[in-house]
Ligand binder design. Structure first.
Ligand code: ADP
Length: 392
């Protein structure tokens, strides 16, 4: 790692998470939630974790958008992004399009290219860009690096990247990209120290959080993923539909008279676990509920994972290892157990006791497929990418 501290920023639609790294260690971490809240009675909330020298901070801040949040952070906590020890800042950028297959230093030209990519990820990309532009304007000499969720998948083969649409659409960027790449890169980098077979063989990683996807890896390289053109494809998610017959979308637009905005809200914010259960997008709420709709939502979530696992095993020509990560993957043993039960035909056999006792290795001794639980760490991957780019 290069000398000096590295700040990592992850700007989502209603939150801004940040961490400051010294080498591989987090020395400061915090977040602002409830940004862009329409209600003035729910101001944004800032929290910064305490450490040996500093008490934790929790306060409301009068900011209703990301620009205002950054103004407050610059004024009240100048050391976070402007300290003299800071070597650089890394940003999570959801979509790198076809142009970016690795992390890049931020220049005016890169900002212009990222702005041109906004239509590919209209709900995420604008937020990612706000802190990049704000820091470039306020601290033009501070090196910034854009780190992409799509980059890990850039080496996938042509068949995985294409849709069966007229070729000119591919040239215009309408193709499969894959997401959650920062998380998958962390897992791929961690596997060699944990399980040689998973690191070197045919492995499927399930990133199961509010957003959820799966990635098929061959010797740690992405060969296929369940998310495609947008982060809407593939698995059932907290509020996103995942895979859907495109004919449904045409029906809703043409026969039911939905507007494109209404359709977008339906697919991104009202579907998935929330839509099926009618109760919650949060797996903890659904596991705690006795309602049949909640049980069916969890069962459908697992069913879709098992179905995609079959498809990804077909791409890989077999399966050596299965890895669970992110909020649900790391913390929901019942989901892991159900997915493994549905995948017995692939040679997956779980050690039930290991699965419920926070172990890393959770397969039975006779299982043909290794099954692992690994906490992900996207921020560390960003810090590593920044160090690599700045060290080049
Ligand atoms: P994000 O995509 O927002 O980063 P996370 O990786 O934090 O999401 O995952 C959030 C999901 O993890 C939520 O559905 C939450 O209910 C689930 N989760 C977190 N802890 C548990 C737990 N102990 N049991 C079941 N689900 C959990």
């Amino acid at each position: 790692m290069s000398e000096g501290l590295i700040a990592v920023l992850n700007a989502g639609s209603s939150s801004l998470k940040f961490a400051v790294f010294a080498g591989e260690t987090v020395v400061r971490r915090g977040q602002v939630d409830r940004i862009n809240s329409a209600s003035s009675s729910a101001p944004a909330r800032l929290s910064i974790a305490g450490d040996a020298q500093r008490a934790p901070i929790k306060q409301e801040i009068s900011a209703t958008n990301h620009e205002q949040v950054l103004d407050v952070l610059f004024e009240q906590f100048p050391e976070l992004f402007g300290g003299t020890q800071l070597a650089g800042v890394g940003h999570r950028v959801v979509h790198g399009g076809a142009a970016f297959s690795a992390a890049v230093p931020v220049t005016d030209d890169v900002i212009a290219q990222l702005e041109a990519l906004i239509p590919l990820a209209p709900l995420h990309a604008p937020h990612n860009l706000v802190p990049i532009k704000a820091i470039r304007w306020r601290l033009p000499d501070l090196p910034q690096v854009a780190c992409f969720d799509t980059a890990f998948h850039a080496g996938q083969g042509p068949l995985e990247q294409m849709f069966a649409l007229p070729r000119e659409l591919y040239a215009r960027g309408v193709r499969r990209y894959g997401f959650h790449g920062l998380s998958y890169e962390y897992i791929a980098a961690t596997l060699p120290a944990v399980d040689a077979r998973a690191a070197e063989g045919r492995t499927v990683v399930c990133h199961l959080g509010n957003g959820a996807s799966m990635c098929a890896m061959l010797a740690g390289k992405s060969v296929a993923s369940t998310m495609g053109f947008t982060a809407l494809d593939g698995l059932v998610m907290g509020t996103r539909s995942g895979d859907i017959d495109p004919g449904v979308l045409l029906y809703l637009l043409q026969q039911e008279g939905m507007t494109p905005d209404e359709l977008s809200t339906l697919l991104y914010h009202k579907s998935g676990l929330l839509g099926i259960s009618g109760i919650s997008s949060d797996m903890r709420d659904l596991e705690a509920s006795d309602a049949p709709q909640a049980k069916q939502a969890v069962e459908y979530f697992c069913y879709r994972i098992a179905r995609e696992l079959g498809a990804l095993a077909a791409v890989l020509g077999g399966l050596d290892a299965l890895v669970f990560t992110a909020g649900i993957g790391e913390n929901a043993p019942q989901v892991r157990a159900r997915v493994c039960e549905l995948s017995r035909w692939l040679g997956v056999s779980l050690d039930a006791a290991a699965n419920t006792s926070k172990q890393t290795v959770i397969h039975a001794p006779d299982s043909a497929v290794h099954v692992l639980v690994l906490p992900t760490n996207e921020e560390l991957v960003i810090a590593r990418q920044v160090a690599r780019v700045l060290g080049d």
